[in-house]
Write a protein of this length. Sequence first.
Length: 212
Amino acid sequence: MQIDTFINKLKEELAKDLPGEEFQNRMTSPYRFDDNAGYGRHKKGSVLLLLYPSENEIKIVFIRKPFHNGVHGGQISLPGGRIEESDNSSFHAALRETEEEIGVRPDDITILGSLSSLYVPASKFLVFPVAGYIDFKPEFQPSPDEVQQIIEVPLQKLLDPENIGTKVLIKDCKPFKAPAFNVDDHLIWGATAMILGEFVEVVNRTGFFSLL
């Protein structure tokens, strides 16, 4: 696989007009649009989609948060967290949080660009997703306080529509289904799935994987 060619194409697409809410919302539930009351009082956060080569393919690293870790406890997410006053940008925050959570050094990561921001009602965070690339497989060093499990997902599995399923949730004592990526028995849903919904469209726009 010509990984460098793909990474260059991806960087070019991220610099163009982004797919935005249309593709984020393809991976959300209808109830989400009832939960934006706290938007004006939001905090700011940043997450990193970290791509790297492994076993002759491109992978993205996710983390499973400990079950005691707040409203998103037990969920699969991208490494990241709150943007602090000491951070000079969302890029800096994403790199700092990634090092703190999974031990990947910022100096080893090349920033490719960013995706559309996303408001998360459950935690009242406005999240800024950042895309980055490291040209070797990192030796992950997960923080025991913030990470229960490291999950490595091949990018091509996220691109396969066959791997889009549903997550059953409860609201007002009634079950409902929300779209989710179902990869290797891992369900990725919620805000992380919405970020991936836009990212997958950006990747598809490179035209790279359609040529393989």
